[in-house]
Write a protein that binds this ligand. Sequence first.
Ligand code: NAD
Length: 522
Amino acid sequence: MSAAATVAEGRGPDLRGAALLVVGAGIMGAGIAQVAAQAGHRVWLHDARPGAAAQARGKLAATLDGLVAKGRLAADAAAAALARIEPIEQLAQAREATLVVEAIVENLEAKRALFRELEALLPAHAVLATNTSSISVTAIANGLARPQRLAGMHFFNPVPLMKLVEVVSGLQTDPGVAASIFELARSWGKVPVHAKSTPGFIVNRIARPYYAEALALLLEQAATPQVLDACLKAAGFRMGPCELMDLIGHDTNFAVTQSVYEANFLDKRYQPSLVQREMVDGGLLGRKSGRGFYAYPEGVPPLPVPVHEAPVTAREVVVHGRCAVADALEAAAAKALAPQGWGPARERSGGWTGLAIDGARLVMTDGRPAHVLARQEGPGSRAGADVAVFDRVLQPAALAGSALAYAVAPQASAAWRAQAGAWLAALGVAPLAVADTPGLVVARTVAMLVNEAADAVQQGVCTPDAADAAMKLGVNYPAGPFEWLAGWSIDGVLGVLGALDAGYRGERYRASPWLQRGGHAC
Ligand code: NAD
């Protein structure tokens, strides 16, 4: 079928089988050429650096051979895919291409100049796609005779392995063209999501708080990188934020943060961190420089295991709450108390989750720090200095052995200061003491991720489903932000954001209008 033909729904050109030009034979362009050739497309590969396209094809040959050797690809399929890729030194050699994917240097002027040249060369119905990771698609299209033919096709690295493709529409992109690129990505075995051209698109925008909240906690010396990483890994993230920033490279991570911050007119929500700035300036770039938060090749050292005394014998233990975490706490408390021949009581209507132990409180954070709870009387709580907060538990079924941040109110008695951690340890978790900050580590991070995703939806950047898919596939999150929200509540997230805002003031923790309106855009 020709690229000019329309797809069944009649929404845009059918690009399956289109002759494809990939411009830029670097890490991304080579990956895109491989995936397209394996999907049966004829691919011309061009790079401004003489010989680079042929070199990239040579590397692809080795990659495909490797897949054959591992039994992941049939030898004839590998040979056929390679035969479909033709390195070219002149763009004019690909004048019959009906689809272009651009993966050149991340520079607006270079991309604009390239697309102007391509527009003059290719058929009028050709579809133009850019793999830019940070430049406005609207801006790249500015100056084109047919700006409606251009959309973003944002792949993730490594292209053959990463399933996500953000299909980015600029202000002038024809919805039919975006729909065609979406279908094309699907036919390549990818999971496409639609996004509006805004700074960071979906993934690079919604992911900012994962790094930013860790850096904010480090700035105020609330916890060590090791503790932050342990807590977020226990919550299901494959890598903690500090080891992840070390892997990405602090220069790259800082540059993306800075670009999103500047593109948002210096909105405080995206403000880069002094902690990271200092590391970049000092050349502590992470794995690639041998030193970041951790030293390499050793990487993250084992977490020192805190020693807790056994909790003193209690007269009464009441488990509060109705949720799965309360159920898990009740089971853990029953196990801990069994040797003494008695078990915990249960109170479901108190409005908080945690344990009351002879009147002292061990409270799952609702955002308010322990020192605030200690002096506040609120629904279901009462003032009392002996209070400690522990972090939000995202995976109640995996409570046993999990790292869990906690903080004790500074007003608490010396006995409770020792007993709070001892009780958490007795419940089978691995308690990690952190400073008494709003929302501790996991609750704070997840609330901010949900808030950012809610704002993206509010601003029409993507749908909740697209945000969930993008974060799970683009950055391997254990769940999407709206899936976390479904297991929490809008009021719960707003509570943590409110406590952060009360603690720090300023624009950073303002709640998304989408959350304030109860999960509706308007
Ligand atoms: P790269 O440096 O590996 O490759 C870029 C290639 O483009 C180089 O070979 C260079 O010679 C060539 N080039 C530069 N200007 C050119 C021009 N005017 N015409 C033809 N060729 C030109 O870079 P990369 O990592 O592959 O990134 C390419 C694009 O993909 C960028 O826009 C980048 O932001 C985006 N991107 C990168 C990643 C990533 O993780 N590397 C992920 C998603 C998107």
